[in-house]
Write a protein that binds this ligand. Structure first.
Ligand SMILES: [Zn+2]
Ligand SMILES: [Zn+2]
Length: 297
């Protein structure tokens, strides 16, 4: 990390100032980052605490606007399953379950993250990677995770796996933001591998990945998952501008019908493998069936 001769009793801000004096070329975020690792004096703890706090803040922070929207009956015209607004009680029960899972299942795994990251060569050093490097790597992670999610989620809908694992996530047939991680611990591990494992696999092959890129990716992936469960479809939703983006419109139907629309971020796998569940896809399937029935006659 940063080469600074600092007394062990320095406060976090003391570390920050010390690093600022010796590394004038770094930006504020880089100095804050370096001061955190220098102050903690334990990289495993530093990464573990930062990862866990980031996950909690982003998960519940991003869910809050959706809780307000549901509680105050805002944007009613944009609710996908209009009659099914979750009560505060339902949201509270869901939040308790998710919190319990975060502290008992995810926290112990997060402590393993730094040693694993080091093993596969993820960097924690400064300066940070450029914006362009982060952007193209994150775009690749979105594509990789989406493929992993499609096939493992589709497998989770196979009878025995559905009953044993995935049924919990489908408790809410009209999803809401907080329900994104309402799932069996086994499911959290299987689907979580797509989010954490894809960048690790990428790094194992290329040797080029910074933990900050991983964090930005996880934040964006959390936004994607929570928004896909929000239950609201707006004229300004992303898939109107990026037609291959999945969004709430795509995943809400999956919860309502329990079939089709298995992918997380994009629509291409469901389209290519004919598992789309949209009015257009159903019409297309009916037409195709009509043609093959005629041919059979
Ligand atoms: Zn499902
Ligand atoms: Zn879901």
């Amino acid at each position: 990390m940063v080469n600074s001769t600092v007394a062990p009793a320095l406060t976090y801000w003391g570390q920050f100032q010390e690093i600022s004096q010796h590394n004038a070329d770094l930006n504020v975020a880089e100095k804050l980052w370096a001061a955190w690792y220098a102050w903690m004096q334990n990289d495993v703890l530093a990464t573990g605490i930062m990862s866990f706090m980031m996950h909690e803040l982003v998960y519940f922070g991003r869910s809050l606007p959706w809780i307000f929207i549901d509680s105050f009956g805002l944007f009613k015209g944009y609710k996908i399953q209009s009659g099914k607004v979750p009560s505060l009680r339902e949201q509270w029960d869901c939040a308790k379950f998710v919190l319990l899972s975060h502290f008992t299942v995810e926290l112990p795994q997060i402590w393993l993250f730094h040693p694993m990251a080091q093993f596969f060569g993820l960097s924690t050093s400064i300066p940070f990677p450029t914006f362009l490097t982060m952007a193209y790597q994150i775009a690749i992670f979105f594509v990789m995770e989406d493929a992993w999610h499609y096939f493992s989620h589709r497998a989770l809908h196979w009878g025995p796996l559905y009953k044993a694992i995935h049924k919990i996530h489908h408790q809410y047939s009209a999803p809401f933001g907080l329900a994104a991680e309402y799932a069996s611990p086994i499911e959290v591990m299987i689907l979580g591998f797509g989010t954490v494992g894809c960048p690790i696999v990428w790094c194992a092959f290329t040797g080029d990945l910074h933990i900050l890129t991983m964090y930005v990716w996880i934040v964006l992936r959390l936004f994607q998952a929570i928004d896909a469960h929000s239950g609201y479809e707006f004229p300004w939703s992303l898939h109107h501008f990026l037609p291959f983006w999945a969004g709430a419109d795509h995943h809400d139907l999956h919860h309502e019908k329990f079939i089709g629309n298995y992918a997380s971020s994009f629509r291409w796998w469901d389209y290519l493998l004919d598992t789309e569940y949209t009015p257009d896809a159903l019409k297309r399937r009916r037409q195709n069936k009509g043609v093959s029935d005629k041919k059979a006659q």
